[in-house]
Design a binder for this molecule. Sequence first.
Ligand code: 3JM
Length: 332
Amino acid sequence: MKKYKIAVVGATGMVGRTFLKVLEEYKLPAESYVLFSSAKSAGSTLKFMGEDYTVRELTETSFDEGFDIALFSAGGSTSEKFAPIAAAKGCLVIDNSSAWRMDPNVPLVVPEVNPEKIKEHKGIIANPNCSTIQAVVAIKPLYDHYGIKRIVYSTYQAVSGAGRGGWDDLENGMKGEAPKKFVYPIAGNCIPHIDVFMPNGYTKEEMKMIQETRKILGDDSLKITATTVRVPVFNGHSESINIEFEKDFDIEELKDILKNSPGIVVEDDVANNVYPMPIHAAGHDETFVGRIRRDESVESGVNLWVVADNIRKGAASNAVQIARQFISYNEA
Ligand code: 3JM
């Protein structure tokens, strides 16, 4: 079996550190790992695979040494500049930023949903937005069985999605300190504003969910609307997803479909107060689905409550799962 030279770009950030944890767990067939960061964090040491790794500064010649796979999570501008450099050197980039997601030459992949798109890569594969990933894991099996007319997303997103600055704003805000990352205090608050506002009045986060869902499901005409909200939760995104189907459905059959689909854990026993919550999803790679009930206001619709660890399945684990699937296609 081939052994892979793997680079982690943005290793010191919140997602980067989770990359390292997930890589330790998934045990890819690696020949070596090299960790990169910006000049600011270069030279620091990270514990990885039981050893001390010195983080190296990412430069234009970093990919000259012949990497096979690079996991990027260093922000959009770093990806814009360095992903093409890495790809030109024959390295597969799996990019966690929004920089390449909507590029028609870049597959946008969630391994439970559209793994075969990995084979079409031209050097870059994009990891979807955290909120999109958990949504499409839950939606895809229902899309296949019943067809979908329209989706309404409402999200309740954790501060970890905004990186360490978001985390610190909640922690310090609970002690009464003013926010640094968010426009308003997040402690004791909900902020209906994630990423920047667009000319149509939506936020960019909302438009990411809409456009990425269409691309991943391969359905450009799917009707979708979204409201994305930052809530005072440290880690784990929650989503209310309302779906209107083309065909009629049986609610027990729908639950069975979700139970038997990859990457999903159904937690739905309201008589015993069982439903998904961020405090339970943290540390897991599955998407948790509950509060499954018919939308009685339309002919054929359902409401779902969908929760996942946004730093793991929403970022690091999904990217490592793409790498693992890429390797297994190579071996086949
Ligand atoms: C989630 O600095 C940056 O460019 C990162 C901005 C960002 C993104 C993004 O647009 O890539 C922060 C948090 C995302 C995302 O996954 O879309």
